[in-house]
Write a protein that binds this ligand. Sequence first.
Ligand code: MG
Ligand code: MG
Length: 275
Amino acid sequence: MRGRPERIELKTPAQIATMRAAGLVVAQGLAAMRAAVAPGVSTGDLDAIARDVLRAAGARPNFLGYHGFPGVICASVNDRVVHGIPSDAEKLAEGDLISLDFGAIVDGWHGDSAITVPVGEVSPEIAALSATCEASMWAGIAAVRPGARLSDVSHAVETSIRGAGRYGIVAEYGGHGIGTEMHMAPHILNYGRPGKGPRLTSGMALAIEPMVTAGSRATEVLEDDWTVRTVDRSWAAHWEHTVAILDDGPWVLTAEDGGRAELGKRGVDVSALAA
Ligand code: MG
Ligand code: MG
């Protein structure tokens, strides 16, 4: 967007520590759901697990009631990309691929993260689709540092996906700033040339979330006004983490280890990073 740059919320270290608490609730919920994914389990069952995690942690949901959304998670199976509504009627089957998107609020501060999980055994092509999407998310996170430009993150995500094969990179949806609200400035494209957009500084927090399809990138919204599906019905994957920018680099608030293991593999000096 041209003209006056969007204001990006800056957090104090204490506020980021509260976002870390929210992020750990999200990580815990996703781990519990991942462990429960199996043939015959419904997406409504997974939503109930996430509600229990929120309740036990004393955290609030940020998805429930968001523009009227009825769940605390989004559950998007196979050709559904994002924003699927959890339902007791929708049962998982062997070979399905489900993306689970979950968020939590602790003391007014938001966390947001998504994983894609195979139901039983999936084909090698579908496993590669999810692995490509996850790797691109980590490539984007590895590009997060004070002084980088926002589109450096976008470019890192795109380069990672393009290097893995012929995939669709969903363009209608992307990452976002996060903090006192779930969706804040800036919008983060999952593709683009490097060196553009606002300069990243310590105190920002970003949700980085590539959505990758096995076919075309084109999507459509179904009649429920929420569920996003690929137009060509190719399957899709979605991975997301909430990342705070510290002086020393990224702190992955929704990863239990703060992102150290995956960032270390990608050449980020993690010795000084928060955990
Ligand atoms: Mg999300
Ligand atoms: Mg998000």
